[in-house]
Design a protein around this ligand. Structure first.
Ligand code: ADP
Length: 352
């Protein structure tokens, strides 16, 4: 590797000397430059390659965490280690959340500490860049696949519908069955593509957390249900959830629609209850439908796994996998208790 280029952004001469001297000892090959203001540092970054920046948070133009915020807003920034004073761990942690690779207490840079921090920051930055690159690639593939798969499927559905209308009454039973099977196959495939895209989107999008009530989200779910189905859904206890409302809407919709769908002798009833405990919120969605065989209680959360015959109940087997992705992405857990013939009870928790 070519020699490491390090930039120290620090207006205090003594503090800068402390860092430079220590870097000279532990990284003698590195080329260390120093700037005393943000403007000068930014100008240097425009023309020079810099592999690592040590940033002091008290500069002439800005003070505190705002300094880092301003610095990171620039394009193509190298990894940054924030230099803090003794006892400023809270500032350091805030800096990490904002995007700094690490923080270093300037009273505590000896004994190899600075070397460890520098190498760790460079490696962490490399891994992050690699992950972002993979994520961007995945998003591109998902967007392209979504479009290129859905358009021809919609065309097939349209053509089949026209054919059924125009020549349907001239076909014999067998021919009509073939036509119907093709049409429903295309519809199933489109649901599958939709579910796969939802799964990829949930995994890729950032959550925006808000406090909202279980009843609020449920109201959006039931609003689009046929009236008869709406009458089979009951909320027993409300709770406050800290969540991304769009993602939680998806979870509740899946659990409620499943509860309404999986019954045989008589239409099932779905009951929801929420509960707030000091550390978490818990939601349970219970139905009195067909239940799930014990050996499949874990498996139903895996993508594409179904516990029923596809010709008895429509579905793709991806809904619960997406629910798990959402709940675990929020830092919660999801599980099911069920007995065949005696209904199912899905529960999930979300951190408060
Ligand atoms: P889908 O409903 O599209 O098949 P899901 O991922 O939502 O996909 O569910 C996976 C499987 O779990 C279903 O195919 C079904 O066998 C089972 N399942 C889910 N919810 C219930 C329920 N409320 N009652 C009985 N079985 C259920």
């Amino acid at each position: 590797m070519t020699s490491l280029r390090i930039l120290i952004v620090e207006d205090n001469d003594d503090h800068a000397a402390l860092l430079t001297d220590e870097l000279d000892i532990v990284l003698p090959e590195a080329r260390v430059a120093r700037e005393t203001s943000m403007i000068a540092a930014e100008r240097r970054l425009e023309t020079e390659r810099v592999d690592l920046v040590f940033l002091d948070l008290g500069l002439p133009e800005s003070q505190g965490i705002e300094t880092l915020d301003r610095f990171l807003r620039g394009r193509g920034r190298p990894p940054v280690i924030v230099v803090t004073s003794a006892g400023q761990d809270d500032v350091g942690l805030e800096a990490l959340k904002l995007g700094a690779m690490d923080f270093l207490d300037k009273q505590n840079i000896g004994g190899g500490m600075i070397l460890r921090t520098a190498l760790f920051a460079i490696e962490r930055n490399r891994v992050q860049q690699e992950l972002s690159r993979k994520q961007r690639m995945l998003e591109t593939v998902v967007a392209a696949a979504g479009h290129d798969l859905k358009t021809p499927l919609a065309n097939i559905e349209g053509i089949m519908a026209i054919l059924t209308e125009e020549v349907g009454d001239r076909l014999d039973d067998h021919q009509r069955e073939l036509l119907d099977a093709t049409l429903s196959g295309a519809r199933d495939l489109r649901s599958l593509v939709d579910d796969l895209l939802s799964l990829a989107r949930v995994a890729a999008t950032e959550r925006s957390l808000q406090r909202t009530s279980l009843s609020n989200i449920l109201a959006r779910v039931t609003a689009v249900l046929p009236a008869a189905d709406r009458g089979r859904v009951h909320l027993l206890d409300d709770a406050v959830l800290r969540c991304d409302p769009g993602q939680l809407h998806f979870v509740l919709q899946n659990l409620v629609v499943n509860g309404l769908k999986y019954w045989r002798e008589r239409p099932s009833v779905v009951r929801l209850s929420g509960e707030n405990t000091p550390g978490a919120a818990r939601v349970t969605v219970t139905d009195d439908g067909i239940g799930i065989p014990p050996d499949l209680l874990q498996e139903v959360f895996l993508p594409g796994v179904r516990a029923v015959n596809g010709s008895d109940f429509s579905g793709t087997g991806f809904g619960l996998a997406i629910c798990r992705e959402v709940v675990e992405g929020h830092g919660g857990t999801i599980w099911v208790k069920s007995e065949p013939g005696n209904g199912s009870s899905f529960s999930f928790t979300l951190p408060a």
